[in-house]
Design a binder for this molecule. Structure first.
Ligand SMILES: NC(=O)c1ccc[n+]([C@@H]2O[C@H](COP(=O)([O-])OP(=O)(O)OC[C@H]3O[C@@H](n4cnc5c(N)ncnc54)[C@H](O)[C@@H]3O)[C@@H](O)[C@H]2O)c1
Length: 254
């Protein structure tokens, strides 16, 4: 599955390719699991397998971080966790606002995985006046009338949009005008943003459609095998070097 960022060149200013950046969270997730089990070191092969990435690609990725591991010992797990976290900007606190506190917004607000990765839900915003002041995940929902003030007061640079599709662009415009420069968009619509603003789109239905494609293909392969016909190979995912069953983030370029 393709991953990427909008309005950014393929190679970042510090020389780390975007494809490498997209794999860093996969390494970090695998390394965090090792760290939780107090595993001190890991070989590139073991880590590559845990992250679902080709080991030569992993070594190349880590060379951009200046991390080469020690022959016969492997990589220091704790140090790599620190290095990758620092590279991803996770060693600092990121206040995040979620706009649209319906089924999805409330589920995201309740998700503990943000805080543990340095993303603090600073505010919840919704247009429904009946929701104003009601707590969700212990945080009182605030009305969209106050959106700009909320962004400024909390120094928010990352906004999450979980509104209906029709509201997403106007919400995005207000977030950007108020100073938000990164948006995670769950609404099924393409957002227009000025240069310098990053948008990532999450669409689980697209993921399911891709799985449906592979299911259909597997069924085709089975019937072709019965009939003795050849089926062209499926292209592998560029980010993880995995095939259709790769565990990759459900994040698409905007
Ligand atoms: N990306 C995914 O995988 C995925 C999965 C589920 C839902 N969605 C999308 O997420 C969005 C939310 O889904 P849901 O099931 O939570 O819907 P929902 O109807 O339960 O919630 C939407 C919320 O947005 C609020 N809202 C409407 N207009 C607003 C505005 N202008 N400003 C602020 N808040 C506003 C509503 O008051 C409501 O509380 C939809 O666009 C849906 O298609 C995406």
């Amino acid at each position: 599955m393709a991953t990427g960022r909008t309005h950014r060149p393929a190679t970042r200013s510090r020389g780390i390719p975007e494809a490498t950046v997209a794999r860093l969270p996969l390494y970090l997730r695998a390394l965090t699991a090792l760290s939780e089990r107090s595993v001190p070191t890991v070989s590139s092969e073991e880590l590559a397998a845990a992250a679902g990435v080709n080991s030569a690609k992993l070594r190349k990725d880590f060379s951009y971080l200046g991390s080469y591991g020690t022959r016969g010992v492997g990589y220091d797990v704790e140090y790599l966790v620190y290095q990758i976290s620092r590279e991803l900007g996770l060693t600092q606190d990121w206040p995040v606002v979620i706009v649209g506190i319906g089924n999805l917004g409330a589920a995201l607000a309740n998700y503990g995985g943000f805080a543990s990765r340095g993303f603090r839900v600073a505010a919840l915003i919704d247009a429904d006046p009946a929701m104003a002041g009601k707590p969700v995940a212990g945080i009182p929902v605030q009305h969209t009338d106050d959106l700009e003030k909320i962004i400024t007061d909390n120094g928010v640079s990352i906004g999450v949009i979980a509104t209906p599709a029709g509201a997403a662009q106007p919400v995005c415009d207000r977030l950007v005008a108020a100073g938000v420069t990164s948006i995670l968009n769950f609404a099924p619509t393409v957002l227009s943003v000025p240069d310098g603003v990053d948008v990532r789109k999450v669409d689980l239905s697209i993921e399911l459609q891709i799985l449906a494609f592979h299911e259909q293909r597997k069924a085709g392969e089975e019937s072709a095998a019965h009939e003795g016909a050849a089926v062209p190979p499926v292209a592998h995912d560029e980010t993880t070097d995995q095939g259709p069953d790769g565990d990759v983030p459900a994040v698409m370029p905007a």
